[in-house]
Ligand binder design. Structure first.
Ligand code: GUN
Length: 295
């Protein structure tokens, strides 16, 4: 039976560490880090993520603001708001919740954010810095995965990491983080995706599997080798009439059966999800420390 990787507990520890740092800033009469989150439209999942992000900021003593814009907002208006926060010295991090409505270019929006305030690590400058191994603001979910492996003392050097999924938010950046010649990385990394019909061919060779394709319970026990470390990034809503909300959240991994073969496994919920928020706070703190003025 696998050891459970408790992302909720680890995220709480990281938040506690940051809270202490912020308390000492306050006791020195210094400015605190600030995060502005911009939400366009009323996507229920996005609303819930933004609420959790803002609540977590406040819990640890950071300044938090949520800008809610209507689904029909013009792209130019959103870009203008980003420009306003690029200049605002009270906010060190800017996060625009994705996805955006189809009439707004996500790439244009990402590129409008000052790379120094890009706490999502999505700006091409930050992506480039990650690729070449420079210290930068890393995308939160990949950063959270690396942090979990580190805090659970799971070795990565020379290990075969198989990433399933090639998104810009998880698959590509986590592969690039883990391949770096650094402590807590230095892995042999394979990225595989939907163009391969027989994914188990790769997954069965993994020491560490990172499932990030967004397909409920896709990874079954037959696809996983005995002793694999399984990191489940999926957050999928599946219908469940027995719950008050009418749905429940499951990962990309068939947890019940895979946990019998894995050496370590992250649950959903309570695995990678809470780490994403913890690392967002860490990035905001980092952006604050890097910020040249206003402290
Ligand atoms: N939508 C889903 N995940 C993310 C994320 O990490 N950042 C942003 N901005 N939007 C998201």
């Amino acid at each position: 039976m696998a050891i459970l990787i408790d992302g909720k507990k680890t995220a709480a520890e990281i938040k506690e560490e940051l809270k202490k740092e912020i308390q000492s800033l306050i006791s020195e009469g210094k400015q605190v880090p600030g995060l502005v989150t911009i939400l366009v439209g009323e996507n229920p999942a996005s609303q819930s993520y933004v609420t959790s992000k803002s609540k977590s900021c406040i819990e640890i003593g950071m300044l938090s603001k949520v800008e809610r814009l209507s689904e029909s907002v013009r792209e130019a208006e959103l870009l203008k708001l980003i420009e306003q926060y690029n200049k605002d010295e009270s906010y060190h991090g800017i996060l625009v919740q994705l996805p955006l409505p189809a009439h707004i270019s996500e790439q244009k929006v990402i590129e409008a954010i000052d790379p120094k305030k890009d706490v999502d690590g999505f700006h091409p400058i930050n992506v480039g810095n990650l690729l070449i191994g420079n210290k930068t603001l890393y995308p939160c979910t990949p950063y959270g995965i690396v942090e979990l492996l580190k805090r659970y003392n799971i070795p990565t050097t020379g290990k075969h990491v198989v990433v399933v999924g090639r998104s810009n938010i998880v698959g590509k950046p986590v592969a690039n983080l883990l391949v770096q010649k650094k402590e807590g990385a230095n892995a042999i990394v394979t990225i595989c995706h939907s163009a391969e019909k027989d994914l188990s061919k790769y997954i069965l060779t993994a020491d560490i599997l990172i499932a990030a394709m967004g397909k409920a319970n896709f990874i079954t026990a037959e696809m996983v080798r005995e002793g694999t470390v399984v990191i489940d990034v999926g957050i999928n809503r599946v219908q469940d009439k027995n719950t008050a909300k009418g749905y429940r959240i499951v990962g990309d991994v068939d947890f019940e059966n895979v946990e019998k073969k894995a050496s370590y496994i992250t649950p959903v919920p309570g695995g990678v999800g809470p780490m994403t928020i913890a690392m967002l706070l860490k990035n905001t703190f980092q952006a604050y420390q890097n910020y040249p003025t206003g402290k």
